[in-house]
Design a protein around this ligand. Structure first.
Ligand code: WT7
Length: 634
């Protein structure tokens, strides 16, 4: 395996200082660990005003050649991918590097046969089955841009993403397993495609053996395509700044935006962060429990582990099926050494009781990780004691879809940890905390808005089809900085603690939603006049969704539970079940200023049950609505 560069805290400090003093040299050394078909001319060109960021221009490489071909000689027979099915009684699958390579090449040829070439967008809407990883890599093999859409999104959300990216081809499955449930993926795709003229072909993986509708000339089964193609597919050389993928994520305004990552910078950053944060050895096995529909799965199920030549694991199911011991059973089954999951999963398994985790040995574990949201101290300690048995370092990794890879985290067993702290920035990452006026807060024991002041190779380059939106969202709040949307604190030793979002983004079980996005969905319901959505602390999910809704008269006279379930149906259709509010309170009015602006701060306080700190409400258009809302609080 490609190993870590850093083996001690001193190594880290040296690397960090070097990366600040000579950032280009530092990243050139990392870039040199990859296989390039053509060496770059210019290491870095950038400004954060437009923004315009280019790493390793003039260079060419293909990320799959680095994930696969490069390892064949020494690791052809090493397991690249372990696949654990939803049902523990179903047969699992293990693919060696050579087998994965063959499957990727064949899938790439299927894409070509179906008219896909470099620069085309392919949308992947699939469950966590091996074909998903193969599809992602097959796109990258031939320079097609993949846009993976999490298979929990609704037809309407899927259609919006297909349209925005003008995808030409969809890869999907007949249906999917999720715990005890099955979901008709292909039917959702068919519904989405009623409004997506850009799509020419749909390729369907037969996961469940269902007889699904196949549209003549448009749809075909993967198993009918594979026998028609050649086994060999040379990697298409990609320019360093050619787009590798689009991944949609929610922001504080309107519809989700397509974050764009490019080839070389992404590869270098994900490779570097994977190797150094997790500190794996050749015989170790990595398991990240995320779905490949999110960036965590892109970077730390697919690309990071494969770039390093590690063994990576995909799990089709959910943590509580058939019982809340499933994660621990899978760790023992495969001898997983490095386990990476989300605080929400830890908290839900913690709530299920210790017996489940105590029934398994977990002896193989060496390092355990957390990602996606702040991990509270109680969950951190439970994870440390019951899963890590107090002998496995915990890495609390802070990063975002936009950053491509881990930005702030301890390096396992090498740099200090502290419960609920992400700790130190990785070499090459320059975080700063700003005050409300945008001035840098120097020194320790300070708290402010978390920004990054220098580019790293994995920074997003644009938002697909709308560069101005990228500038506005990330580079306009504080001139000359990338703004993360998070608030953070730096303790007396310089360790970072991420406090949470400071914009109108809610993080529910590690999934990101814009409040406006959920409001838009609620407002589609004919009975709704207006709505306001805020987040509030939730024991398991981190944040819950609290919706305040005003109804037209006819609705106001109906049974509130009926209205609530109708609103939930609208949200499920517009976004997906994952965005359903935990609480829907029907109100007569919302707290508004005289100019008509909703005072969300007041609603947040009410949702958090912090009624003592509502502040001055006398300047509101109608102060009495606040008392009414408090009275009807859920
Ligand atoms: C937001 C990014 C990181 C990939 C998965 C989520 C929050 C993420 C942590 C952490 C505290 C965290 C932030 C960030 N977040 N990791 N270790 N500690 N907060 O990616 O959907 O792009 O969300 O997740 O608020 O901005 P994402």
């Amino acid at each position: 395996m490609q190993s870590s560069d850093i083996h001690s805290f001193e190594d880290y400090q040296k690397a960090y200082n070097y990366s600040i003093e000579q950032p280009e040299k530092f990243w050139e050394e990392q870039a040199n660990k990859l296989k390039w078909t053509k060496k770059w001319d210019k290491t870095l060109q950038w400004n954060f005003d437009e923004p315009n960021i280019k790493w390793f221009e003039g260079g060419q490489l293909n990320i799959t050649e680095n994930c696969l071909d490069r390892h064949l000689e020494r690791r052809g027979n090493k397991i690249a991918l372990i696949w654990e099915p939803n049902d523990p009684k179903e047969r699992f699958l293990r693919l060696t590097y050579k087998e994965l390579y063959d499957r990727v090449c064949q899938m790439a040829n299927v894409l070509k046969r179906n008219g896909i070439s470099k620069g085309d967008v392919v949308c992947i809407y699939m469950p966590m089955i091996p074909e998903l990883t193969v599809s992602v890599l097959a796109c990258a093999r031939i320079g097609a841009i993949h846009s993976v859409v999490f298979a929990g999104f609704s037809a309407s959300a899927l259609a919006g993403r297909i349209e925005d990216a003008q995808a030409k081809l969809i890869l999907t499955s007949d249906g999917l397993n999720r715990g005890a449930k099955q979901i008709p993926t292909k039917r959702i795709v068919d519904e989405a495609l009623e409004n997506c003229p850009s799509v020419e072909k749909v390729i369907v993986v037969d996961r469940l053996g269902w007889a699904v509708d196949m549209k003549e000339g448009r749809d075909s089964y993967l198993h009918n395509e594979l026998p028609l193609v050649d086994k060999n597919c040379p990697p298409t050389p990609m320019d360093a700044e050619d787009p590798l993928f689009i991944l949609y994520t929610s922001g504080s305004t309107g519809k989700p935006k397509g974050v764009v990552h490019t080839t070389a910078g992404y590869a270098i950053f994900v490779d570097y962060t994977f190797r150094n944060v997790f500190q794996m050895n050749e015989s170790d096995s990595f398991w990240c429990t995320a779905d490949i529909g999110w960036v965590t799965g892109h970077s730390y199920i697919v690309y990071g582990p494969l770039l390093a030549g590690a063994t990576t694991t995909m799990f089709e199911g959910v943590p509580t099926f058939p019982d809340p011991g499933r994660f621990w059973q899978v760790i023992d089954k495969y001898g997983i050494t490095h386990f990476y999951t989300a605080p929400t999963a830890i908290r839900s398994l913690m709530a299920a009781g210790e017996d489940h985790v105590l029934s398994y040995s977990l002896d193989s574990l060496k390092v355990i990780g957390s990602v996606g949201e702040p991990i509270n101290e109680e969950a951190w300690h439970w994870y440390n004691i019951h899963v890590g048995k107090e002998r496995c370092p915990i890495v609390d990794t802070w990063w975002q879809t936009e950053t491509a890879g881990i930005m702030i985290s301890s390096l396992a067993g090498v740099t200090p940890t502290k419960p609920s702290y992400a700790a130190y920035p990785l070499p090459g990452v320059q975080p700063v905390l700003l005050d409300g006026d945008g001035k840098e807060l120097h020194g320790n024991s300070v708290e402010g808005y978390l920004c990054i002041k220098y580019p790293w190779p994995g920074i997003l380059r644009t938002t697909y089809g709308d560069h101005e939106r990228c500038r506005q969202t990330y580079f306009s709040n504080y001139k000359g900085y990338y703004f993360t949307g998070d608030g953070a604190k730096r303790d007396e030793n310089g360790l970072y603690r991420i406090i949470g979002r400071v914009d109108d983004v809610i993080n529910v079980s590690g999934h990101r939603f814009g409040t406006a996005e959920i409001e838009n969905a609620i407002n589609i319901n004919q009975k709704v006049v207006e709505s306001a959505v805020v987040g509030y602390p939730h024991d398991i999910k981190g944040q819950g969704i609290y919706a305040f809704v005003i109804l037209w008269d006819e609705g106001a006279n109906e049974n509130p539970d009926r209205i609530r379930s109708e609103i939930n149906e609208t949200i499920t259709a517009e976004i997906g079940k994952i965005a359903k509010p935990d609480k829907i309170q029907i109100v007569r009015g919302l707290p508004k200023t005289r100019s008509g602006k909703i005072m969300r701060r007041i609603l947040r306080k009410i949702a958090e049950n912090e009624l003592g700190s509502l502040g001055d409400t006398s300047t509101l258009l109608d102060p009495t609505v606040v008392d009414e809302i408090i009275e009807g609080r859920l």
